[in-house]
Design a protein around this ligand. Structure first.
Ligand SMILES: [Zn+2]
Length: 190
């Protein structure tokens, strides 16, 4: 079985405990409004403004908090706010683009020296699903999405962990390019 669910990640922000304290108040707890496909991850009611030299975008926070704040946007978003966001795997933020995060209700703000990335397209797999597909952690594969604009994405990194649920994640630029709307499956090409 080489089919995987394809999910579109809208722009979002992961915040550190420290930055959440500054933005929303000391000890503030995020409000879970929707569990995401990856176990333990959730969309929050809280939104922040992502401010760059040329513009501002609103983004949802995804919980729980993480060791370092990270902003995941599309290349279109990066152009809109005027930042040079590199294509990176989640968590790899060293030397990535800076921005300011602002609480739209209170004006509280945090300067991020780095943290703005465009997520490298990736597939989350459990060890069992990876074995079934014949792929390994960190392997680069292609994925074909059949649609009105059938597209093969190369440079898709496979990530394997017991903590994952099988799903491919692409951003809104990629989703629009491939008309990957609704419930979409992709075929992994090794
Ligand atoms: Zn993901």
């Amino acid at each position: 079985m080489k089919e995987v669910l394809v999910e579109t990640s809208a722009r979002h922000v992961h915040v550190s405990r420290e930055d959440l304290d500054v933005l929303f108040g000391k000890g503030y707890e995020l409000t879970n409004i929707k569990d995401l496909s990856q176990p333990g991850q959730f969309a929050c009611a809280e939104k922040v403004l992502v401010v760059g030299p040329k513009g501002t975008l609103k983004a949802s926070i995804l919980g729980p908090t993480r060791p370092a704040s990270q902003v995941e946007i599309s290349l279109t978003d990066a152009r809109t706010i005027g930042v040079k966001a590199p294509i990176r795997e989640s968590g790899d933020v060293a030397g990535s683009a800076p921005c300011k995060l602002v609480n739209p209700e209170t004006g509280a703000e945090v300067e991020l020296k780095e943290g703005v990335i465009v997520a490298k397209r990736h597939i989350h797999l459990t060890p069992a699903a990876a074995a079934e597909m014949g792929v390994a952690d960190k392997q680069i594969v292609s994925v074909e999405i059949k649609s009105e604009r059938t597209t093969v994405f190369g440079d898709v990194v496979v990530r394997v962990s017991e903590k994952f649920a099988p799903a491919m994640h692409i951003d809104t630029d990629e989703s629009n390019a491939a008309c990957a709307f609704g419930t979409v499956m992709g075929t992994v090409i090794v």
